[in-house]
Design a protein around this ligand. Sequence first.
Ligand code: C2E
Ligand code: MG
Ligand code: MG
Length: 733
Amino acid sequence: MNALIRAAENSTTPSPRTPPLPVPRVLVVDDREENLEAMRAVLDDDGSWQLLCVNSGEAALQCLLHDDISLVLLDVQMPGMDGYEVAELMHGNPRTRHTPIIFVSAIARTPELILRGYNTGAVDFILKPFDPAMLRQKVHNLLAYENNRRELQRLSQQLERERAFSVSILANAAEGIMVVGEDGLIQYANPAMVQMLGDEKAGNTANNLQGRAFLELLAASDAPQQDWTLSPFYQHWRKRQTYRQHEAALITASNAPLPVSLSCAPLPQPQRAMVILVRDISVEYNLHKQLESLIIADPLTGLLNRRGFLQAVEAALSRARRGDRKLALLYLDLDGFKAINDTLGHNAGDDLLYRISAKLRSGVRAYDSLARMGGDEFTILLDNLHSCNDAAKVAAKLLELVASEQRIGEMTFNLSASVGIACWPDCGDDVESLISAADMAMYEVKQNGRQHYRFYSPQMTANVHARIHLDQRLREAIDKQYFELLWQPQYCLDSGQLRGFEALLRWPRGNPDKLGPDQFISRLEETGLIHPLGKWVLNEGIGQLARLNQHFGAATTLSLNISPAQFAIPELIEELAQLLHSHNVPATQLELEVTESVLLKNLNTTQSQLRLLRELGIKIAVDDFGTGYSSLAYLSQFDLDVLKIDRLFITNMMASPRDAALVKTIIDLGEHLGLDIIAEGVETQAQRQWLLEQVEHGKAIMQGWLVSPALPFEAALKAPRQLDWGQVPLTLA
Ligand code: C2E
Ligand code: MG
Ligand code: MG
C-alpha cells in the first residue's frame, strides 16, 4: 500500500470500457517484387490479419510510423537501407521497439549476423525458400504473442491508472483514513490522518503510525480496555459489521485530545483488516461545549445556574454512592437584598451580586460547585466530606465573607445572608429533596432572625406542612370573612385630646393558634393573599370611618396599615378614591401607615405613588420608624406627615440610654422636618411623662395600653374625645 502512495503523483480516471483490438497488420518488406508476390500468395488469403507490402526500408519506416503494425517480415538484403538498419531504427523508437520482426534472407548468415539480427529485435530468422505452412504458422503464433503482449500492456496501463486514481483519493481525502489489521496494528494512514494527529515535526508521520496499535491513539475514556480483541472495533470486525463511534477523542502529537467521530468497516476477507474513517469534529464539539456552558452558566456571575447545579449534584451523588464520603448542600440567601436592589437600582444590585459571587467562590474549594439559583439565592455543593459538621465551618466562613462592609457609590452598608444546610444521605437521597431540605433550613433561618446557618431537621418539613395548612386556613378565613378590625385610639400626649384611631387586623374565628397579625401578615404577603384581604381592610376601615364621623365628628383621623405588596399596585390610588367617594368621607381624615421598607422599595414609583396619595389629601405615616434601613437621607425626599416611633424603643427607652437617645433623635428629626410624632406602645405614665419632657410644646401623639388597647368598633365608640389623664387606662370594653 505504501508503494502505491509513493507513486501517486499523477492521477487519471480509468476508462470504464476498452474498445476491442483491431485486426492485426503484418508488414512485408522486400525490394524484389517477385518476393513480395510470393509472400502475398502465402499470407494474403487469411482474414485473421491484414497484409501490407512495401519494397524498401524507407517505405517500411514510413508505414510503421503511420500504421499500427503487429509483425514485420523484413528482408535482410535491400539496396539503400538494409534490414538491420530498419530493425535498429525500429528498436530506437518506443512506438516500434517491441514490434516483433522476422528476418527473411535468401542466403545463409554467419552466427554473428544472426545474433546482430536478434539484438535489433528479431524474433525469428527464416531462410528462403521457406515452407509456406511453416511461415503461416509462425505468423499466427507471433501475432497471438503480440496480441497478448499488447493486451497485457493495456491491462497494466489500466491498472496503473486505477491505482493512481485510488491513491489520489486517499491522498486528497479531507477525512482521516486508516487501515488497521486484525491484530489491531495500523497498516496504513492517509495524509489527512497524519495531519490530524499533529505535524510531522512532532513525530507523527505515516511511517511512524504504521505498526502502532490503533487503541494507543484513542484517549483513555474511549478505550477503557486496552485489550484489542475486547474492543468494539475488533468485535464488530469479527462479525463483519460496521461500527461507528460518534464521539471519540484521539491523542495528538502534542498530547491534546482531538474530538473525532469514527466509522470502522471490515475490508474484504482476504485482507484481514478494517478501514477506519476518522472525521475531525472539533469545531462542532467546541460549539457544543460553548452552548452547553451557556446553558449551564449564570451569565451575570459566571457561576453555574440551576440547571448546571442540578447536573453537578447528580454527578456528585452518583460518585458518592460508590464511596463512603458525604455531601452537603448549602442554600444561601442574601438578607434584605431586594430592598437594596429596589433602592439603588438593578445595575447596582447586579454589581453587588457579582462581588458576592466572587467572595463566595473564594470561600470554597476549587472542586466544590457553586451556583446562583436566581435572584439573590446561591447554592453550594460540598463534595467529599468526612463529616457533615464540616459544612458548618464552610457556612460560617461564607457568612463572614458576605458580612463584610459593602460600598455602592456613596453608600456603605453591611450585607448579611442566611444559610440552610442539607446533608446527604441524611436529609434526602436525590437532588430535589436535598435542595428542598436546604431551602427549608434557610427559610427557618430567615424566620428566626437571619444572619446565621441551620442544618435541616425533619421538624422543618413539619413546619412547611404547617405553613401549607395555614395558607389553606387563611384562604378560608378570607372567603368566609372571618377577619375583623379593632380600633386603638390615639391621644395628644399633653392635652389628652382624641386624635383618631388606628385600625388593627384581627382573625378571631378559624384561628385555633390565635395568630396575631405580626404572624400571619407576612404569610399573606408571601402568598399574595394580602391583596384580597388588604382590599377588605380598606373597604371595612373607610366604611367604619363614616360611622366614626357620625359619633366623633369629621375631625378624627383613621390610620390604616398598608403592606408593601399592597402599596406597590398602581390601582391603589383609584381604589382609595372610589372608597372615599362611595362612603362619603374626606380623604384628609385618612392616614396610611407604611413601613420604611415600603418607602425604599422603588424610589421612583414610591415617590409618585406618595405624591398622588398626597394630592388626594391622604396623610402618610412611617410606621415602626427606626427599625428599618434607617437612611435618614431619604426622609426629606418623600412627602410624609407622621413618624411613628416603634414600640420597642418606647418599651426600652427608660432603661436603655441608647434607646432613649434614639427616641429623642426621632422626635427632633420629626420637629425639624415638620412631621407629627406618634409614640406607639406607651404603657406607663412614666413613659408618657418622659416623652412629654422631650417634646417641644407637648405636640406629640401617643397610642398604647396606658390609655387603651385596640377595641371592637362598638367599644371604640365609647372613647372620650377629651381624656382625663388621671383616669387612664380606660375600661371601655
Ligand atoms: P403596628 O402597625 O405597629 O401596630 C401596633 C401594634 O402594637 C399592634 O399590634 C398593637 O395592638 C400593638 N400595641 C399597641 N399598643 C400597645 C402597647 O401599649 N403595648 C403592647 N405590647 N402592644 C401594643 P397588632 O395589632 O398585633 O399588630 C401588629 C402589626 O401587624 C402592626 O403593627 C401592623 O404592622 C400589622 N398590621 C395590623 N393590622 C394590619 C392591617 O390591617 N394591614 C396590614 N398590612 N398590617 C397590619
Ligand atoms: Mg401601624
Ligand atoms: Mg408600628
